[in-house]
Structures are given as C-alpha cells and as structure tokens.
Design a protein around this ligand. Structure first.
Ligand code: 6GU
Length: 222
C-alpha cells in the first residue's frame, strides 16, 4: 500500500518510522510519503489560508494550494481522505475497508478546515473522496487523526502484524475488537490472584469465560 499525507506540519508524522509500521516500510509492505503543503504556496509569506466568505471566526485553507498538492498525488487508484471533525466516524469496519486500498492520500486540514471546493472538485473528477472524523471532539488539525487511522489501517495489511493470530482472534469476536481482560506472570501480584479458570488448562471453559468477560466489559463501556 502507498500512503501519502499532506500537511503544514510534516514533523507530526515522525512516529510512523517506529514499531510495526516502521518495519512494514523496511519490508516494502507499506510506502509512506509526507508532503509539506507550504511548498505548494506561491507568495513570499507561504500563505495557506484566508478569511471565510460569509464572515465568522477562524481561517479557511486555500483551494488553490490544496489543488496543486493533490493533483500531483491523485490517480484513479487513490482514495482521498479529508480529515474533518464533521466527517464520517472512523471505526474498525472502515479501517478494514481502507486496508484493502492501493493508495491512500490523507489531507490534513488545520484552522476551520479546507475550502469545500477541494472535495467538490475531486468528487466531480470521479475520485473516491471520504470526509472522516476519528471521534466527537475537536482537534487542532487532522495530523493526529491521520496517525490514528494509519495505525489502525496498516496493522490489518497481511504481513504487517508480527502475530497474525491476534488479527484472527479479533475478527472471530462478534464485536471485532472488544476484548476480555488479560493476565501474565506472576499468578499472584500484590495479593491479587489470576482467575483460577485461566490456570485450569480447560480451553473450552476458558473460551466461555473470556466471551462472558468481553460481553460484560462491552456493556459497561456503552
Ligand atoms: Cl479528523 N480533525 C479535527 N480537526 N478534529 C477532529 C477530527 C479530525 N476527528 C475528531 N476530531
């Protein structure tokens, strides 16, 4: 998979070199390109935004600059993801869908967002465009949201995860990703014992217990 991100803060994406995703890039499973939006600005001040038509607080990112940046990246194989708190909520099924994509471009808005004609333009050219939010709170920009999405998506690409059984177990689960509590050595820590069933060796009963625990946890977190 090829992943490109366009941002005025390329440094935000430094963590992509770490851990599983760093390894996945070394192995050639994932290729990441980070692009500085300001390098597409045309004036001496490297302006990327201006005041909103119709008035109101904040600044809106200029369509001309975004068009220049995205024109160089968009192909018929591209899914363009525009990060905005007004977008569709990101979840595990969406991560699974995007993990099948060939090329993802993350457009990281700042300020009050990107001029809507950018979305309109690429949609009118029959590109796949997705406005996505990662949750019901407002971030300063789409950079951190992109990192969240990239981590959730890339770990679903075959070969990226060290132990593919963790994935199988996740999708086995009805909820996909709601899990039972886990324990490791020692069997007693600060007077707290590991549930005896987990030491029993009875795999059928252990599976039942875990399913019940996962369900209880899911209910509590509603
Ligand atoms: Cl994608 N962007 C911003 N700025 N805030 C958010 C978000 C995205 N998702 C949740 N909050």
């Amino acid at each position: 998979m090829k992943i490109d991100a366009v941002t005025i803060f390329p440094e935000y994406f430094a963590p992509l070199q770490l851990s599983l995703l760093g390894k996945a890039q070394e192995q050639g499973l994932v290729e990441v390109g980070i692009h500085d939006l300001r390098s597409f600005s045309t004036d001496n001040h490297n302006t990327v935004d201006d005041t909103p038509y119709g008035g109101g607080a904040g600044m809106v990112m200029l369509p001309e600059i975004w068009g220049k940046a995205l024109d160089q990246l968009m192909t018929p194989e591209t899914d363009l993801i525009i990060l905005t708190p007004a977008g569709k909520r990101f979840d595990q099924p969406m991560a699974a869908k995007f993990s099948q994509a060939k090329h993802l471009v993350f457009a990281c808005g700042r300020y009050e967002g990107i001029d809507d004609r950018v979305r309109q333009h690429y949609e009118s050219k029959n590109h796949r465009v997705h406005e996505v939010s990662i949750g019901d709170y407002v971030l300063g920009g789409g950079e951190v949201a992109s990192l969240v999405m990239i981590e959730a998506i890339t770990r679903l690409i075959p070969g990226v995860l060290g132990n593919p059984e963790s994935l199988a177990e996740e999708s086995h689960n009805e909820e996909g990703y709601l899990e039972y509590p886990n324990f490791t050595k020692p069997s007693i820590w600060r007077d707290i014992e590991v549930p005896a069933i987990l030491l029993s060796g009875n795999h059928g009963e252990i599976a039942k217990w875990r399913a019940a625990q996962a369900q209880e946890r899911a209910k509590k977190n509603l």
